[in-house]
Write a protein that binds this ligand. Structure first.
Ligand SMILES: C=CC1=C(C)c2cc3[nH]c(cc4nc(cc5[nH]c(cc1n2)c(C)c5CCC(=O)O)C(CCC(=O)O)=C4C)c(C)c3C=C
Ligand code: FES
Ligand SMILES: [Fe+2]
Length: 427
């Protein structure tokens, strides 16, 4: 059997340059393959712009109505990158989904009949593109797309729309896969990228076109993580400051900040998943921006099933602090950028409403949703990414120490390899 090239070596070949110190430092030779310069893949249009550029927001998605809950859960439990169920995943997954549907339908109906994630994702992507059209005319026009992993619009639908809109299909064009999870986990962003790679192979790969990586296919690059982007940190910090103002001045300094993130099974943590460290990095950056003035803890929510998950759990923490007489706490959802069942149901109804018995001292900061500071941050990130000319971060090319997934390997080889094809707008 042919040996597979280690991913680190693939990246080294994909991004050749002369600096001995940094593999990714900007230099002219990055845009060469061996000795030959790669032909500019995106045609310059009459305005001098190298656009259009497709900006693809990747996220898990959620059911917009209670009727969509079953399909959402079925897609979710069928995802081996999220919940590995072995050889019979495609049979067991839908069964687990069916059993869980009534309980989760009730939760969505209690928060207004569905998840607002589609509405917010479409809004955020469209607003970001409007800003980019002004701040990055060299890659304009920017066209917003949303690709969800488990709900409509699914990745397949998004890819077909890209092709119908004139990207790829022999015409080339550039697309940026922009994860909407600020912190990278192989169970979230990794899964979305594996899915994107799968549809890219099906719709533009060798079997679909007869060629591997044909010149006319879409040139992809990835914004794979942004846990400490100053605009993200600023948006979180402003929301916390706003909530702190709701306490009387004499209580304000003693309020505990409880940063709450979706937990991970310990099996995923022990595989070496980067998410816990990246969530902690966000928390540290926000605390620094707040002047380190408050007591805080990072706690973990939403565990599902019987296996061990990363703790301390948000609900236990609130109960324990309440018992100890600390009744002023602000819950800060730190790993998701819009409202969803975990904020609107789990934090608001279960943790604040039941665990804290509705105590007025326990509050939640609002989610980022349509926050203009946050949307500016998205535009800033996207512009910097397009100017950098890199295909993905160096960190994305390193697999988890315990990873045995062929999907991860192939996906990382593909996206890292796109470095050869992306031309920075100013070149
Ligand atoms: C950063 C966010 C998330 C991580 C990490 C994450 C990991 C993860 N999730 C499950 C299992 C489930 N998650 C479910 C819903 C759900 N998960 C997240 C975010 C992360 N998950 C969100 C925002 C949502 C809700 C979507 C919405 O309402 O818009 C569900 C379905 C709900 C339920 O049945 O309780 C499951 C199941 C695992 C196993 C996992 C890590 C491996
Ligand atoms: S599970 Fe992390 S790289 Fe495969
Ligand atoms: Fe989840």
């Amino acid at each position: 059997m042919a040996m597979r090239t280690p991913i680190a070596q693939v990246v080294r070949r994909a991004a050749p340059h002369s600096s001995a110190t940094s593999l990714w430092a900007p230099c002219a030779s990055r845009w060469t393959r061996g000795n030959a310069t790669v032909a500019p893949p995106v045609t310059q249009n009459s305005t001098g712009s190298k656009g259009p550029t497709a900006m693809v927001f990747m996220n898990m998605g959620g059911p917009s109505t209670t009727d969509e809950v079953h399909d959402f859960l079925s897609n979710l439990f069928s995802d081996a990158d999220l919940i590995p169920l072995g050889r019979f995943q495609s049979l067991i997954g839908p069964l687990l989904a069916k059993r869980r549907t009534p309980k989760i339908q009730k939760q969505y109906s209690d928060i207004g009949g569905g998840s607002p994630i589609r509405k917010w994702s479409e809004y955020q992507a469209a607003e970001m593109c409007k800003i980019l059209d002004k701040t990055s005319p060299e890659t304009a026009p920017h066209k917003p797309y949303v690709a969800f992993r488990y709900a409509n619009p699914l990745t397949e639908e998004m890819y077909k729309r890209l092709l119908a809109d004139g990207f790829g299909g022999g015409k080339g064009g550039r697309a940026v896969a922009f994860t909407q999870y600020p912190q990278y986990s192989c169970s979230t962003t990794g899964s979305s990228l594996n899915e994107l790679w799968k549809w890219r192979q099906r719709l533009e790969g060798k079997r679909a076109t007869g060629e591997v990586n044909p010149e006319g296919s879409i040139k992809w690059s990835v914004i794979d993580r942004w846990p400490t982007h100053p605009g993200l940190v600023e948006a979180f910090a402003q929301n916390i400051e706003k909530t702190l103002q709701e306490y009387p001045p004499e209580r304000r300094d003693n309020v505990i900040l409880l940063y709450s993130a979706h937990s991970l099974p310990m099996s995923v943590v022990n595989r070496g998943d980067p998410y816990p460290a990246e969530v902690a990095a966000t928390v540290h950056a926000v605390n620094q921006r707040l002047g380190m003035k408050h007591k805080y803890r990072l706690v973990w929510q939403s565990q599902v099933g019987p296996q061990p998950w990363l703790g301390a759990q948000t609900s236990d923490t609130v109960k324990n602090f309440m018992k100890k007489g600390n009744t002023d706490m602000i819950l800060i959802p730190i790993a998701f950028t819009s409202d969803h069942i975990e904020t609107l149901y789990e934090l608001d109804k279960e943790v604040i409403g039941e665990d804290a018995e509705g105590h007025e001292g326990v509050k939640r900061v609002e989610s980022l949703n349509g926050n203009p500071v946050f949307i500016e941050a998205l535009a800033d990130l996207a512009k910097a990414h397009m100017q950098s000319g890199i295909a993905c971060s160096p960190q994305m090319t390193l697999r988890c120490p315990g990873c045995v997934s062929e999907r991860c390997l192939a996906q990382k080889e593909f996206f890292a390899g796109q470095t050869q094809l992306i031309e920075p707008p100013s070149a």
